[in-house]
Design a binder for this molecule. Structure first.
Ligand SMILES: [Zn+2]
Length: 291
């Protein structure tokens, strides 16, 4: 229900992160975005960048004592001069009701929803990977990439109703089993860089080789492995994240024995992901039309 992005009349497909400051700057406080609701209250609206339907802003004016966060919510009526409600577009909008990713209900295998999502994934898989790398601070090597895609496919993850075009980077992380980090690299400009570097320094068998593009290598070999896995994809209010675990596994101490080196909630920039994929599709349409 809750959204953390919006768009405007001039550029309805361009996603903007929803903050009070962004909303004021992008709408210029134009009357088209505001409706009087009774004598005391104003309701503020914007567009949904995915379905272009109207959304209402919730908690726009927040008393400083309250902790409620600003978010957007689809409305099922026309907002004259701004956006029209379409039931079809609303029902198919991936931002309508972001779900916690789980192995719950499945879409019918050949259904339009499952086919559309699989097509989206095939077209944008490289963008999904760069978003996962931005989210985790880890640059996956070929083996890790293959592991991630193979696990996603083995589960036919695109059939789960909780997986949508907007949360595919989280879905790939969630559906992969433990990923072997040996040979992967760190994203040096990531805000997680320092923390990951620190946690690997705390391992017994692994280190970061700065001379070799910050790659994860061994400092000694006592048979341990360095692993990355994910749990608890969470959607609450306008917050969405997934819990990342980096562990050092020691098979000599038992099959499932590992030491946790890092446990952290991580997220990615949703507006950037929507816009990068949108731009890709638009350029591909140009190619199909003219080349
Ligand atoms: Zn929408």
């Amino acid at each position: 229900m809750a959204m953390n992005v919006f768009s405007t009349i001039d550029n309805p497909t361009w996603a903007i992160e929803l903050t009070e400051d962004n909303y004021i700057r992008k709408t210029g406080r134009d009357q088209r975005y505001v409706r009087q609701k009774g004598a005391q209250r104003k309701a503020r609206y914007a567009l949904c960048p995915k379905c272009q339907g109207p959304i209402m802003l919730i908690n726009y004016i927040i008393p400083q004592t309250e902790t409620e966060v600003l978010y957007g919510k689809h409305v099922q009526y026309n907002v004259e001069g701004l956006a029209n409600y379409s039931q079809h577009a609303y029902e198919n909008c991936p931002l309508k009701n972001p779900l916690r990713i789980d192995k719950g209900k499945r879409r019918a295998p050949g259904s339009a929803g499952a086919r559309h999502l699989l097509e989206f994934i095939k077209q944008h898989l490289d963008i999904i990977f760069s978003t996962m790398e931005e989210c985790t601070g880890i640059r996956f090597n070929k083996t890790a990439r293959q592991h991630i895609v193979r696990n996603f496919a083995a589960d036919k993850a695109w059939e789960y109703e909780s997986v949508s075009t907007n949360n595919t980077p989280y879905a790939f992380l969630y559906f992969s089993e433990a990923i072997d980090l040996y040979g992967c690299r760190l994203v040096t400009k990531s805000k997680l860089n320092q923390e990951i570097r620190q946690c690997i320094d705390n391992s017994t068998d692994f280190r970061i080789n700065i001379e070799r593009y910050s790659s994860i290598t061994r400092s000694r070999n006592s048979g341990k492995s360095l692993r990355l896995f994910f749990s608890n994809h969470t959607v609450s209010g306008s917050e969405e994240n997934i819990k990342m675990h980096i562990v050092e596994r020691d098979p000599s101490q038992g099959h499932d024995f590992y030491t946790t080196l890092l446990e952290k909630k991580v997220s990615f920039d949703q507006a950037k992901f929507i816009n990068t994929c949108g731009k890709r599709s638009q350029i591909q349409e140009l190619a199909a039309q003219y080349l």
